[in-house]
Write a protein that binds this ligand. Structure first.
Ligand code: ADP
Length: 212
């Protein structure tokens, strides 16, 4: 049975960093943003379809995004533990994931929101570098610690597009918060803390809920 945790939070809130940490402990890290960027870089038909959305910070349509997620889920070990990073981003996406979950007998263990001020998010994103090969993220330019690839800036990490992504999160984040609160599986984390402190907090939650 696949078991999964949802990481939600505005861009720059550190979901990806924590998901990378969990992937070192055997969790599969599913970042829809990374998957889309890979398609863009490889100029696949899907990449061409989503290019305008991703570069302008607009959400890719729900059904298209879910098709990508479903494909990914079919390809993994059916007993895996998965961290969802950046999915779902609408109530419709959450519902599609729920139906998939029911259909396949998978289980959502929790929805964790990384809470951060808009100012901190902006500051972090303007100083963010990423590895186009594996998705590794750093706040300094240089080379990827995993594969030595030169780190680059993301095309959508510019002031205008960041402001739009952060604003959009206010609306879809509220919708998702209500959705998962209603299911009784919502947990908030202070994303302004140091990454190690957040990992330790998440580990405690996971342990308490029998997730590790
Ligand atoms: P962010 O730093 O904004 O959290 P991501 O890497 O998660 O960035 O996503 C980058 C872009 O990929 C988004 O702005 C959007 O265009 C697209 N995207 C990623 N996940 C989704 C999703 N669940 N639904 C729709 N579009 C998505």
């Amino acid at each position: 049975m696949i078991q999964f945790v949802i990481f939600m939070g505005k861009p720059g809130s550190g979901k990806g960093t924590q998901a990378q940490y969990f992937s070192k402990h055997g969790w599969i890290h599913l970042s829809t943003g990374d998957l889309f960027r890979r398609h863009l870089a490889e100029k696949t038909p899907l990449g061409k379809q989503v290019q305008e959305f991703v570069e302008n910070g607009n959400l890719v349509p729900d059904e298209l995004t879910f098709a990508l997620v479903e494909d990914f889920l079919k390809s993994v070990d059916q007993n895996a533990n998965i961290v969802f990073d950046g999915y779902p981003r609408s109530k419709r996406q959450a519902e599609l994931l729920d139906s998939w979950s029911k259909k396949t007998g998978s289980k959502c263990l929790g929805a964790i929101e990384f809470c951060l001020s808009d100012e901190s998010a902006m500051e972090r994103l303007l100083n963010r570098y990423y590895c186009p090969v594996c998705g590794y993220v750093s706040n300094k330019p240089g080379f990827c610690v995993n594969d030595g690839t030169p780190l680059v800036k993301r095309i959508d990490d510019n002031v205008e597009v960041i402001q739009k992504r952060v604003r959009d999160y206010d609306s879809y984040g509220a919708e998702l918060r209500a959705y998962y609160r209603n299911k009784g599986i919502y947990v908030a984390v202070d994303a302004g803390k140091e990454p190690e402190e957040i990992s330790a907090f998440l580990e405690r939650i996971m342990l308490k809920n029998g997730l590790r």
